[in-house]
Ligand binder design. Sequence first.
Ligand SMILES: Nc1nc2c(ncn2[C@@H]2O[C@H](COP(=O)(O)OP(=O)(O)OP(=O)(O)O)[C@@H](O)[C@H]2O)c(=O)[nH]1
Ligand SMILES: [Mg+2]
Length: 503
Amino acid sequence: MDARPFMTRNAETSVRTRLSRSSHTVLSRTAPLLRKDISMPAHPTVSPRAAILLSLGRSAVPDSHLTTELSSLVHGLGYQVIGEVRQRRPETTSALPIGPGKLEELRELIRSAKESGHAQITIACALDLPSGQQRNLEKALDEPVIDRTEIILRIFEARAQTPLAKLEVERARLVHSLPRIRDLEASRRQEGGGGRAAKGHTNTELAKQAAARRIAELGRRIEIIRREQERRMQRRRDLPRVALLGYTNVGKSSWMEQLTAKSASVKDELFHTLGTSIHALRGPGRRILVADTVGFLEALPHTLVESFRSTLAEALDADLRLHVADASNPRLESELAVTRELLTRVDCPPASELLVLNKVDKLTPQEAQELAERYPDALLVSSRSEEDRRRLIEKIRTLIDQACPPRSGTGGTFSPDETSPPEAVTVSALSGATRAAGSATSTGGSRTGAATSTASSPRARPSRRTATNSVEATLSAGGFAHPSLADRAKWIAREPDLFGLFL
Ligand SMILES: Nc1nc2c(ncn2[C@@H]2O[C@H](COP(=O)(O)OP(=O)(O)OP(=O)(O)O)[C@@H](O)[C@H]2O)c(=O)[nH]1
Ligand SMILES: [Mg+2]
C-alpha cells in the first residue's frame, strides 16, 4: 500500500462543500486532521462524472435488482454509468471486497474509460462496504469508491430543502462518517511520525469527539424543531387523515395529484419526493387530509432510518394508510415486504390500510385478473384513469367513515363551493414531528397489506369543527388571536395560499 495522504486537495474541497457551515466549523478545528488523516470518502468534482457499478452478491448471485436500483440512484446523482463488474461472493474478511481477477477487470475498465476521455471514474458499490475495504479498494484503484449508504446520503443531501431536513442529513452524514475516521496512529506509523495531540489523546480521538459533539448538538436542534412541528400537527388533529405510503417510484405523488387536484412533483426516479406534503381530498363531502411522503427502498441505511421516522411522522399518524405498490413490477411481493418492514422499524402504529396496486394499465387483462385473485382486498388502479380516481376516492371516504365516524352536528362536511379547504401545507422534507403521545387510539390490527378496517374505533379527537372554526383555532394557537384577524378567518378559509402562511 502506498503511504500517500489519503485525501487529495480536490476531495477535501468537495467534503467541505458538502458539509454545512457549522459542521465545517467543527471539522476545521481539526484542520490538520482533515487535510491528512481523516478517511472521508473522496468525491469527484470534475466533469464528466462517470461511474462503474460494482455489484456484490450477498449470496452466490449478485442481486440484479439492487444493481438496477444502484444504477438509477447513481444516475440521479448526475453520473454516467459506463460499466459494471460483478462479484458473486464478496470477500468479507480480506483487505479487499473483490478477488485479484475482478480487481484487474476493474483496472481495465478504468484504463479504457480514461482513454475515452473520462477524467475521473467513481466506483459505486451496490452494497455497503466496511470502511477498511473501501479505503483499500480506493488505494488499489487510485479512484474514489462510494458504497450504497454514501450514494443515498448524497441524494438526500442534494434534495433536502428545509433547514430541518438539512440538519437531519448532516447528522446522518456524521454518524456514517464516524467509523470512517481513519486511525491516525496507523497512518502516522506508515509515515514514520507520532499521532498524539494535547492531553495524550490521539488526533483521531479528537476528531471523533468533535464529530460526536456536533451530532449531539444537531440532535438538540432537531428536537426543538420537532416539538414545534408536533404542536402544528396537533392543530390538524381534528380532521381525518389519509397517508400515501409505499416503495419509491410506485406512483404515490401521481395519486396525490389525482386525489387532491394539487400539482405534485412526479418523476420517474427513485427518491424523487423527500418530504411530506398535505392537501385536502377533492370533491364534495367531508373534509379529509391526504399526505404524500418519501418512498421506501430496500436496505435503507441505518443512519437514515431515523430521518425517515421524523419525515414520516405526519403520515404515520394517519387514520387510513394507502399502501401504494407498482402492480407491474415483478418484485411486487418483496417491495410490499420492504415497506412493511420499514414501517415496523419506524414504529408505525396500527391503522386501517388499503393496498393500492397502481400502474395496472401496464398489465394485460389476464395479469390483472391473476393479481386481483392473489390480492382480493386490494384495489387495482391506474393513476391515469378517471374512473379509478372516482373509485379510490369513494373507497377512501367509506374507510374513513368506518375508522372515524363523523359526529353529528360538528360540521364535518362542506358545501360544494368549499371543496378546496384551507389545508395546503408542505411539511419539511426529511422532517416532521414525533407522533404526539396518546394521539391515536388504535385497535392493534395487523398490517397485512390488504384492505382492512383495523381501526374500527374512532380516534380520540377534539370535536370536529367547520373550516372557519379550524382557521380561527389555528390563528389562535399560532398566536394570531387578534380580534380583527379572527374576524377575517372566513375569508382566509377561501384563500389557501394565505392560510399556508399561518401554518
Ligand atoms: N403507467 C403508469 N405509470 C404511472 C402510474 N402512476 C405513476 N406512474 C409513473 O411512475 C413514475 C413515478 O411516479 P411518482 O408519482 O413520482 O412516484 P412516487 O411513488 O411518488 O415516487 P418517489 O417520490 O420517488 O418515491 C412516474 O414516471 C409516473 O408518471 C400509472 O398508473 N401508470
Ligand atoms: Mg413522490
